[in-house]
Design a protein. Structure first.
Length: 428
């Protein structure tokens, strides 16, 4: 009875009349395929946090003919809705077939609807992308049913997709249960998720033994009933970033290769590099592109054999090797160096297009775990939209994206790194 009354009040209110006008405006914009008008009308929908608005936006979102730019805007609008009716609707629809975008909207706010839906997806869904998003969202909560924790732990099996395993390794750092500590120590020998397991162990315990399983086991033997610290992820990553900056400032030696002073970490690594016209600007090594080539070749000379890597240049989406990545053998390095020397600058800065190509053609097929994105300028188009695009592309892959800005500070690249668990480096 109360719901019927609320619906009646809405239908007879001035807000409903305004919504009807906006809906008519939006239908016209979508019909004539006017991108600017449609995006502007979609943004206005954020003022109408109602079940009817959400249902209409969902119908557009689910259509295979809806352009990706519209879907990004709709996802952003739905993510901001907070009414109980909309949250319930999102929770219901996110569990259904094709609910990936709606799950993204749901997990933007960590409430009981988000938690319950994500738990159900982890326990029952067989979709790896849905599981990755759900597990990452559950990392925001400390208290979990023991059966759910056990289910997540089973997903650490190497036969599962790497994105799911990485999500679990990260989420366990938030579990308020000391019994996950031995599991995390065990994962430190797994190259795909070792760094995440170490981070989670440090967040869980408040200790810092790094990649030293023996030291961790000794500490755990002496502190079997320790109380989990569960340092929040963002707080932990910020402290870690500051520590890395201090180490670089002190010129602390690293065991791994470096690119512009940035430590290269990961097992399957993709470099997405800028060769736009502005890379012809002069430096002490010639042009910015000349310096980039020098830095990259220096990195190749020191990177380990057991890593796999590839490079994607933009504009043009020129990838080497064509398969995306290859093992860093001596022969591969020599071929890659020869290829690098032939690159010429020119064109704009279509970072969104390059990252879309990277995820669709390489990340999806090769299970990339780290991307290093370098540019000397703002992306073609709206920086906010490109940032959201990259975030959406990566939400179900869990790739660490670190960024390097050449020539000036870049708020865009700084935000991309923050969104995707990477580090941001600025090269003057």
């Amino acid at each position: 009875m109360i719901k019927i009354l609320l619906v009646f009040l809405f239908l007879t209110s001035p807000v409903f009349a305004e919504w009807k006008d906006l809906k008519k405006e939006l239908r016209t914009a979508l019909r004539v395929k006017s991108s600017y008008s449609a995006l502007k009308s979609l943004e206005k929908c954020s003022q109408y946090d109602t079940e009817e608005t959400a249902e209409y936006l969902m119908s557009i979102l689910k259509s295979s003919r809806t352009p990706s730019t519209y879907k990004m805007t709709i996802t952003r609008v739905l993510s901001g809705f907070k009414s109980e009716e909309v949250r319930k609707l999102l929770a219901k629809q996110a569990k259904m077939s094709g609910g990936l975008h709606l799950l993204q909207c749901l997990v933007s706010q960590k409430d009981e609807h988000c938690k319950a839906t994500c738990e159900e997806i982890v326990l029952r869904s067989g979709d790896a992308k849905m599981q990755t998003i759900a597990i990452r969202a559950l990392g925001a909560y400390k208290e979990h049913d023991i059966n759910l924790v056990k289910k997540m732990i089973t997903k650490l099996d190497p036969r599962n997709p790497s994105s799911v395993r990485r999500a679990v390794a990260e989420a366990l750092g938030s579990v308020n249960n000391p019994q996950v500590a031995p599991i995390l120590i065990q994962q430190m020998k797994d190259k795909v998720i070792a760094s995440l397991a170490i981070d989670s162990m440090e967040r869980l315990t408040g200790q810092a033994f790094g990649n030293a399983p023996t030291s961790w086991r000794k500490w755990l033997a002496e502190n079997k009933t320790f109380k989990p610290v569960n340092t929040p992820l963002e707080e932990y990553l910020e402290a870690k970033r500051k520590k890395q900056e201090e180490e670089r400032a002190k010129n602390v030696d690293h065991d791994s290769a470096e690119f512009y002073g940035v430590e290269i970490r990961g097992e399957k690594i993709l470099f997405v590099l800028d060769k736009s016209g502005s890379m012809s600007a002069k430096t002490e090594y010639g042009s910015r592109l000349d310096q980039l080539k020098k830095e990259f070749i220096d990195m190749l000379d020191s990177i380990g054999y057991k890593k796999s890597l590839g490079v994607l240049w933009f504009p043009g989406n020129d990838a080497y090797p064509r398969t995306g990545v290859d093992e860093a053998t001596d022969s591969f390095k020599e071929r890659l160096k020869k290829y690098i020397k032939g690159i010429k600058e020119g064109g704009g800065t279509p970072i969104g297009e390059a990252m879309t190509y990277a995820f669709d053609k390489i990340v999806e097929k090769r299970e990339i775990d780290s991307i290093y994105l370098l540019s000397d300028g703002s992306p073609s188009g709206s920086p906010d939209q490109v940032r959201q695009l990259i975030k959406n592309l990566n939400v179900s892959h869990f790739v660490k994206i670190s960024t390097i800005s050449i020539g000036a500070s870049s708020e865009f690249l700084k935000n991309v790194a923050a969104d995707n668990y990477g580090t941001y480096t600025e090269i003057k």
